[in-house]
Design a protein around this ligand. Sequence first.
Ligand code: CMC
Length: 395
Amino acid sequence: GLPRLYDPGFATTAAYSSSITFIDGGKGILRHRGYPIEQLVDKVGFDELSYLLIFGALPTAYNLALWQQAQSQRVTLPTCVRSVITAFSPSAHPMSILIAALSAMSASRTSLNPAYSGQTVYSDAAGRREAIVTCMSAMPVIVAAIYRHTAGLPIFSASAVPHKQSFATRFLHMLNGGDQSKSLANTLDILLMLHADHEQNCSTSAVRHLSSSGVDIFSSMCGGVAALYGPLHGGACESVLRMLTRIGNVDNIPNFLERVKRRQERLMGFGHRIYKNYDPRARIIQQEARRVFEVVGTVDPLIQVATELERTALQDDFFVQRKLYPNVDFYSGIIYKAMGFEPQFFPVLFALGRSAGWIAHWNEFLDDPDRRIARPHQLYIGVKGPRDVPDVTQR
Ligand code: CMC
């Protein structure tokens, strides 16, 4: 039939129903399964949040221990995944490597069992749980291997990874080995939580869209990472840092904002499809940034540029009229930089946190009685025809 509604960028239509995350963009409210993000960040860690998102309830102490143990037991990379990662130049963008590594993960599973190429294997509870745990465990192992390869370091040995630790501590251990600073692990844990889920953002809806075709979870996640890579989505945290570095000092802010208003630039880390108020995640991140600088003992001059840029923009009619506020990515890059990460690695850390949301939405979608293959309509605006095909000499 004919399309009933033309809705570029899905600005007004709901394609899915979900019980995972509630956002009121006008009021700046974010809740996961009814719990406000502020309370979650205060009272639980990423492992509890990932469990809540995926399984629908906060874990008991026993379930939390099982969840952490199940993940920390699987730290060996399949050989083909390791080979794919190391085949890339260390200067390749880590998001591209991550997409390839997840595809290799899918390939390694289908070579074990051809049933893994589709969703039939997930129709029983055991198959579903195996996929969830494999996915949650594989992400930090793959990301750490990419980190080490792109830093010119040998990939860590699986036997060295501590068991029964939190996701963030295990991940930091896989990056650097040795004892981890508790404070940096806490900061990473908070950033992972703030990135964990945000309902039908571009990458999560990409994961749902792809899995609607019946493809396996790892192939769907490739699409999620690819969508997240873009500068308007997860790539924004990298772009913000590059933007702040380019601005360089507070005296250049007025000129920069003029260019934004002339539409020669975008103010990266500002604006959101849903939030027409302060992004609650940005508020938490801003406080965390101050705490990190207390811990590392120095303050990045870029924080001054960011603070002043935010203050000036929030007073400017252009931003006020369009209800443009800082989003989660405005300050996250500054923290990742203080933690010692290179800008191109920021979106990979975003993907690491968001993988919990992707898996939760995938899991929920598989049980959705309304699930159908995602297949939008289009408005055809080309030549109606029919035209006769001219001979090559007549074109
Ligand atoms: N800088 C300058 N102008 C902006 C910005 C911005 N960052 N964001 C929106 N606008 C303007 C836009 O030009 C438009 O004005 P006009 O109506 O005069 O043409 C108006 O505000 C509405 O913008 P839109 O592009 O229609 O909004 P959207 O909902 O399609 O896009 C967005 C949302 C996040 C892609 C956009 O705000 C943006 O590009 N922001 C910068 C990139 C960014 O920070 N992305 C991270 C988003 S949050 C985390 C995540 O999802 O990963």
